[in-house]
Design a protein. Structure first.
Lengths: 424, 220
């Protein structure tokens, strides 16, 4: 018989949306990969996962559907099976497959991939887990490391699972979301539901120099390269009524002193609505900078999530059966999803303990597609290299071309790597 | 390392053309790929799927045409078409990577019941499908749930919510009796009682574990 008490937990405010909208074409799964300087051994990776998973309560979970809400329940089954990558990345993680875990671990040559269903956690939580998995793998592959480091979790790892949305919610706020439709990229899709990946490797010192000269942050510069590229490629279709809007997730932890491994981010949007015929890259960069800086401040960020949390806390809404909530959430989501042209997310600078650095070559990450957004970008940095990754369902790579040509023109050495779908 | 002189970028892939502009690359190619070749596998599966779909369309069309020409009074062409469609769908559900065993069992049985109701309809609808097959399928599913609870003893309580759903499904034949579609109520009554007793039995025998599970499922 089962034990009486099974640990269970409510979903955080953002996570409530993901199971509702997830499907084969919108998987809400993201991937973070760690590229080692050696080939990955499947057996050792499985052993590492078996050892790490029970220590990470935020990943040892399964998703359940209640009558009114989804919720997490302690999983307790064997860790999911590690296998060599053989499909497109970021495929749907189904509730009842994969031993009911909401993440998968694969490998290919030197690379360890962690794919996470966003309901579990955001990028910070994913990095936490991948870092521990990689540390444990390296300790198993190099017994000398194990002798000195032991098998315990790193002191940098957080196991905190508080709902920081609820904790930091103060008062009800009006919606600050854009609902006006943005310009959406269209085109011919890749054959066989293809999933295109283009990694652009950029040296951070060069990037810093260029950004310093423009007077912007790296994030603002890279978001602006997308807006510039989309504007150049779709000049006639981008108007004041159909602006380019780039959703930029903002990690709220530094603003609200949180170390939660649940989701804790909100979206702001960098908007470019042309009001004259011609724009230079520098002008677009200035518009992007102003748009982002006006929104990324504690007060505004608090307003964004307060609106969401106040909806979740409404007593009448809470008692609505899940299938009706799902219908309403889908409607609201579709409206807000079409209000953005794309998403550019910055996972941040990944730091690993000094002792493991000699074994790790790079870290990169990317996102799956969502409604109206079949092209997305992710920024990940490790040591002196920033990886600007584009995932796309489109055959045409014109936007990526403009982006990387602009970066190269600014004097930055760009190295490109793809997942091969563009050579078919 | 190869370089694209048009884009001004280096290409790390083992490629002859630039993935950004399709220009021919300068310099030495890198060896090996950093991602697996997924496309050829997907291509094979897609071709198989298309062959089956095409075969289905051909067989169904031929059967319906022969039926109309040779024996127009007996609708066997439609029965063959629906049966084939069910088999195709069943194959898809079984082979689909992401479908769990609960979805496979539930949708397999639900599809079979729907097929049998359609066959009954094509044969003039004498009501045997809803009077006997539908409630029998409900009993079968409830027994399957009981077996799954015994097999998966560590997590038996997670099936309680499906038992609640089965009680609700068990009401359907009763409604059909009420509106006069089901004329032989015996099996329908038994099916409803089986679903109710199974649920009550699980709740009473399950004790605290069952109560906590229901509390979780119904939390507001």
């Amino acid at each position: 018989m089962a034990k009486d008490y099974i640990r269970w937990d409510k979903l955080d405010n953002t996570a409530n949306l993901f199971p509702v909208i997830a499907g084969e074409s919108m998987t809400n799964t993201y991937r973070i990969s760690c590229v080692l300087k050696e080939e990955v051994d499947e057996g050792l990776l499985q052993e590492a996962l078996d050892m790490v998973l029970p220590k990470m309560p935020g990943f040892n979970l399964r998703l359940r559907s209640g009558i009114f809400w989804y919720y997490f329940e302690e999983n307790g089954k064997k860790a999911p099976r590690v296998h060599e990558e053989h499909t497109y990345p970021c495929r749907l993680i189904h509730q009842s497959k994969n031993n009911s875990y909401m993440f998968r671990v694969t490998y290919y040559k030197n690379r360890i991939n962690l794919e996470v269903f966003h309901v579990l956690t955001d990028g910070m939580g994913g990095i936490n887990f991948l870092r521990e998995l990689t540390y444990q793998y390296l300790r198993l592959a190099h017994p000398k490391l194990r002798e000195t480091q032991g098998d315990q979790l790193s002191a940098d790892t957080s196991l905190n699972r508080e709902d920081s949305f609820l904790k930091n919610y103060k008062k009800k706020s009006k919606s600050v979301y854009q609902s006006k439709r943005a310009f959406l990229i269209k085109g011919e899709k890749l054959a066989y539901d293809g999933f295109g990946v283009i990694h652009g490797y950029l040296p951070i010192p060069q990037l810093k120099k260029v950004c310093h000269a423009y007077g912007v942050s790296i994030n603002e510069y890279l978001v602006a390269t997308f807006i510039w590229a989309a504007y150049q490629e779709n000049y006639r279709h981008i108007t004041e009524d159909r602006p380019i809007r780039v959703a930029v997730p903002v990690n709220l932890r530094p603003y609200f002193d949180s170390i939660t491994t649940k989701n804790f981010f909100v979206m702001v949007s960098a908007e470019f609505a042309p009001q004259k015929n011609e724009y230079t890259f520098a002008e677009i960069l200035a518009i992007t900078k102003d748009s982002l800086r006006a929104q990324i401040n504690k007060e505004h960020l608090e307003k964004i999530f307060s609106y969401n949390v106040s909806n979740e806390l409404m007593v009448v809404a809470r008692a609505v059966p899940l299938f009706l909530k799902n219908l309403a959430m889908r409607l609201v989501y579709t409206q807000s999803a079409l209000a953005n042209t794309t998403t550019v997310t910055n996972i941040g600078n990944i730091k690993v303990e000094k002792v493991y650095e000699p074994y790790i070559q790079t870290v990169h990450s990317f996102l799956s597609f969502s409604k109206g957004q079949s092209l997305k970008a992710t920024i990940t940095s490790y040591q002196d290299t920033l990886v600007y990754t584009y995932t796309s369902a489109w055959q045409d790579t014109a936007i990526q071309r403009r982006v990387f040509r602009q970066i190269a023109q600014d004097g930055i050495d760009v190295k490109i790597e793809t997942n091969g779908v563009y050579y078919e | 390392m190869s370089k694209c002189k048009y884009c001004g970028v280096e290409i790390l892939d083992d490629a002859v053309k630039c993935p950004l502009c399709s220009g021919v690359l300068d310099g030495k190619k890198e060896e090996g790929h950093t991602y697996p070749d997924v496309v050829s596998g997907v291509r094979k599966t897609t071709v198989l799927y298309r062959i089956f779909s095409f075969a289905f369309i051909v067989i169904a069309s031929v059967c319906i045409a022969l039926n109309v020409w040779l024996t127009p009074t007996l609708r066997w062409g439609e029965i063959v078409t629906c049966s084939l469609a069910y088999l195709l769908w069943l194959g898809y559900i079984i082979l689909k990577d992401n479908a769990g065993y609960r979805i496979r069992i539930l949708s397999g049985v639900a599809g079979a019941v729907l097929l049998i109701i359609l066959i009954d309809t094509f044969l003039g609808f004498s009501g045997w499908s809803v009077s006997y097959v539908l409630p029998a399928a409900i009993i079968l599913l409830d027994l399957a749930l009981a077996i799954l609870m015994l097999i998966n003893r560590r997590n038996w309580q997670s099936y309680l919510i499906l038992q609640v759903a089965m009680v609700l499904v068990g009401i359907v034949p009763l409604v059909l009796i009420r509106i006069g579609i089901v004329t032989q109520p015996l099996v329908s009554d038994i099916a409803f009682l089986v679903t109710v007793f199974m649920f009550l039995g699980s709740m009473i025998l399950g004790g605290r574990t069952a109560r906590i599970e229901m509390k979780r499922r119904f939390h507001i």
